[in-house]
Design a protein around this ligand. Structure first.
Ligand code: PNS
Length: 160
């Protein structure tokens, strides 16, 4: 049996924290699908195609990972790709309430889907895509937080 895990998110853009979780997930699953949400309620900085392309560049050479986009419910996408688990990162207690609700809703919508919470490296627990976007927007240095290809894309987006 192939254990397929889904790692869903907005990835706007992918950070070193996401990359850390992807590598940790691969130790637990046979196949990992990084699932980029099309319809996240927010207006993204990068289009879904740009976000996927950046993730693919960051993960170049990493085996057993696919990058896909999904529109609609995660629970339905999991069924479509035969995923049995969803991976989500927990950085702090403040993440917990939303993640807990989402895990229970996803299980209501798809009985076969388990959510697995992983904790990133301690040095990455403060990281979020929204903070990285803000640092980049105001000309701060983002290279400690993201892969060089992502730093380059952020510099370009903000006209540097
Ligand atoms: O990186 P994010 O923004 O925290 O990711 C949230 C995401 C995209 C995983 C979540 O909003 C999601 O799964 N959206 C798809 C719709 C859905 O299935 N929502 C959860 C059940 S109501």
């Amino acid at each position: 049996m192939t254990r397929t895990a889904l790692y869903p998110g907005s990835f706007d853009p992918v950070t070193n924290g996401h990359e850390d979780l992807i590598r940790r997930s691969l130790a637990l699953a046979d196949r990992l699908i990084v699932a980029v949400a099309v319809n996240a309620a927010k207006t993204p900085l990068f289009s879904v195609e740009e976000r996927m392309a950046l993730i693919r560049e960051v993960l170049a050479g990493v085996e057993r990972v696919e990058v896909r986009s999904f529109d609609g419910l995660l629970a339905d996408f999991a069924r479509e790709v035969g995923a049995m688990m969803v991976v989500r990162g927990l950085r702090a207690v403040s993440d917990f309430e939303y993640e807990f609700q989402m895990a229970l809703m996803n299980r209501k919508l798809n009985q076969d889907l388990e959510t697995m919470f992983l904790v990133p490296d301690l040095n990455l627990t403060f990281l979020s895509s929204s903070l990285v976007r803000e640092v980049a927007r105001f000309g701060g240095e983002v290279s400690p937080f993201v892969h060089p290809v992502v730093a380059k894309a952020l510099h370009k987006r903000f006209g540097r």
